[in-house]
Write a protein that binds this ligand. Sequence first.
Ligand SMILES: *[C@@H]1O[C@H](CO)[C@@H](O)[C@H](O)[C@H]1NC(C)=O
Ligand SMILES: *[C@@H]1O[C@H](CO)[C@@H](O)[C@H](O)[C@H]1NC(C)=O
Ligand SMILES: *[C@@H]1O[C@H](CO)[C@@H](O)[C@H](O)[C@H]1NC(C)=O
Ligand SMILES: *[C@@H]1O[C@H](CO)[C@@H](O)[C@H](O)[C@H]1NC(C)=O
Length: 459
Amino acid sequence: MGWSLHKHLAALLAALWVSEYGRTAYNQLVAPPLPAAYFAYGNGSTCDIIQHNYSEDLGFCEDLALWKTHDADGKRVDKILASCDLARHEWNTVMGPMRDPKPRGSIWLLQNINGRLRAQPVRIDGFPSDLDFHPLGLDIVAGPEGPPTVFIVNHMRTKRTVELFELHDESSPRLIHLRQLEHPSFRTPNSVAAVSPSTFFLSNDHGFTRDGFWPLTTVMHFLETLLFFPLGSVELVQLQEDGISAMRVASGIAFANGLALSPDGSELAVASTSPTKVHLYAANTSTGQLIHKKTLRLPYSPDNLHYHDDSSLLVAGHPHFPGISLLARRKRPTSPSWVTQITKREHLTEEDRSGTVPYSVYKRVSVDNEYAIKTLYQSNGTGWSAVTTALWSDGSLVMSACTPIYTTIFLHFCPTPLRWLENPRGAAKLEHVDHDFDLRRCLAFSCCPKQATHGRHCP
Ligand SMILES: *[C@@H]1O[C@H](CO)[C@@H](O)[C@H](O)[C@H]1NC(C)=O
Ligand SMILES: *[C@@H]1O[C@H](CO)[C@@H](O)[C@H](O)[C@H]1NC(C)=O
Ligand SMILES: *[C@@H]1O[C@H](CO)[C@@H](O)[C@H](O)[C@H]1NC(C)=O
Ligand SMILES: *[C@@H]1O[C@H](CO)[C@@H](O)[C@H](O)[C@H]1NC(C)=O
């Protein structure tokens, strides 16, 4: 081919890329003018920071999994597992850096104790003490009998695995390690959506891994994220007596991040982070077959997803991609947050456009005639920053966030799961009040002796 043909081809490709991704690139790179904090219901004054005694490793809780149980009287009781890793900015195989894999992550159980949601550390039994533990996505599923099964994606220094546990939630909760699952298809595993104690969907966020031969892998991983190479996938993994099988059930997804299976198992949602989209598939959980139903464009990069009981979908994410990338490297104290609830139109009107939301979703994406996207929470980072996951539990919105603690010196931040206590159904009037958060509580919470051992400066 002649040089000018090359040039024309390159120009054509660039034009195609811009027409497909120009808007997305704008939405990612230009921070929207969000308020300090907006709550769809109330003003956040009833937010409760879920904390633990100052000595434990609660922080960087990337993912939450909801476990619906029942008490002795048959009343529904929600419990939440959180996958946390204080060393995430030393070892982050998704966003980087990858410096020190030694400090281990931890799992927490959030449950209502005397009317308040409390976080308790979950003891891990039977997991070899010499193995790395860097939990990322997790999910929990009850079988017909016995304790529930928990799947946790583990980013070890040498390989990526899915750890299989059994949860015992006596007064001091513990996870009993059953198996370490490995498969060549676990290249860049991020999120899990459990179908049964022996079957789950798994997302691989990238085609290029970050580890391996530098600079090729690092550069390609970065380019893949930046230019939306569609190399992520979804696998259906099935446990067998003597091994596991994995089958690719969806591919061609750029940065396939959070996964969620609807309450009746008929729909799988996949967050495509860098292209700011959520894909919805009709799922057949016995065959693993996924049929693409819908792609919804969001005004931000979606992270983790959770279905609510009414089959609406909660999507937490990052409205400024450079912000979250810099925060992951501790080069920035905060990053904006946006949480929306996606509902079939018959269930929801266009409240979002009514003007009560400081910055509407529809300033950046066009209205879909099938689904409405309602803002539940948004912040320019001054409020709860870098919310990675959100779910409804027991009438409360539970979010996990990376919130600044000590912004004046270094860039320390405390990721704290928090909860909003008001009953969403009861709150009819929407109001917008910039909320004055009591960050001192968070500061007191975060600057704990143990965190200091991870290289933080505490007052
Ligand atoms: C967020 O918005 C508030 C109120 O408009 C403003 O005071 C604050 O500086 C903003 N913060 C950032 C990080 O942009
Ligand atoms: C927030 O809402 C509560 C309950 O509606 C109210 O008592 C409180 O004054 C409000 N706070 C602000 C800062 O407006
Ligand atoms: C915190 O520690 C105190 C004293 O060690 C203990 O009595 C209390 O139960 C602990 N609180 C939580 C939430 O674990
Ligand atoms: C899933 O696929 C199997 C085998 O093709 C079929 O028998 C079953 O009806 C399907 N289930 C749903 C919910 O479509």
